[in-house]
Design a protein around this ligand. Structure first.
Ligand code: DGL
Length: 271
């Protein structure tokens, strides 16, 4: 697809699976006239238990694939990728000739400039181990205490789509028990987690932050907007499990989206 004007070029996003749809939903709601291309790498979900080196190869290949759509911007709707590339976003942008946004920077800046005292981050193991949230928040404000908690059971549970409420609560409570009681803010440091925020809110009073909200605020300032009055055109691609993405996105986005299965030649499933 080749867009004619800069404004109408698509916003491209990617994630390992259905998690990034939580970011897409917020973008569509704020920028309803943009065109969107979303890639779910369901052949290789989860990303959180891979190595940094594997994520680097995967992300490089995905962005290389996405640039065929001549995006106005590429968004990593994935904390694990964002944490891995945190200090290299500018390099990625120049390499691919398109602004590349991670999902962590805008959120950590906002938290760093807030009056929070202690913040807990739930994230994939790779994101938690990277200390990316802690480093970036404390770079802005070293007085904020940050704890990063790896929650490896959450993505498989959310992607599974078949867990009962009781089973979900058991897993969520396990991570709530690891979360400091004096922490008054919990950051959803994985784009899958907002999909269980309703369950979570019934189990705790802690304030929940979704980094996608900060990213939307940043894009509101920086994005070259599409002036067309046409509603968003949304194309979803996945490297596997097309029916799942189709079914879930219909339910979650409540919007028509064209869903296609794509085989990314250079991307081989890493077992
Ligand atoms: N949703 C992604 C994230 O924000 C990836 C989760 C995974 O595949 O482990 O980290």
């Amino acid at each position: 697809m080749i867009s004619t004007s800069k404004e109408s070029k698509p916003i491209c996003l990617f994630d390992s699976g259905i998690g990034g749809l939580t970011v897409l939903k917020k973008l569509i709601s704020k920028f309803p006239n943009e065109n969107y291309i979303y890639l779910a790498d369901l052949a290789r979900v989860p990303f959180g238990d891979k190595t940094k080196e594997e994520i680097k190869i995967i992300v490089d290949e995905i962005i290389q694939w996405l640039v065929q759509f001549e995006p106005k911007t590429v968004i990593m709707a994935c904390n694990t990728s964002s944490a891995t590339f945190s200090s290299q976003l500018e390099d990625l942008s120049s390499k691919f000739g398109v602004p590349v946004y991670g999902i962590i920077e805008s959120c950590t800046r906002e938290i760093g400039n807030s009056n929070h005292k202690k913040v807990s981050i739930w994230a994939t193991q790779l994101t938690a181990n990277s200390n990316c949230y802690k480093n970036l928040i404390q770079k802005t404000n070293s007085n904020i205490t940050v704890e990063e908690i790896g929650c490896p059971k959450l993505v498989p549970m959310i992607e599974g789509l078949s867990f009962t409420l009781e089973e979900r609560n058991k897993v969520i409570n396990e991570y709530l028990n690891h979360t400091s009681k004096d922490s008054n803010t919990l950051v959803m440091g994985c784009t899958h987690y907002p999909l269980i925020s309703e369950d979570l809110k019934k189990l705790t009073d802690i304030e929940i932050i979704d980094p996608a909200d900060s990213l939307v605020r940043e894009l509101e300032k920086n994005l070259v907007k599409n002036n067309s009055s046409n509603p968003a055109k949304i194309s979803l691609y996945t490297t596997a499990q097309k029916e799942k993405l189709e079914r879930f996105s219909k339910l979650y986005l409540c919007q028509e989206a064209d869903t296609k299965l794509t085989v990314l030649n250079r991307i081989k499933a890493i077992s």
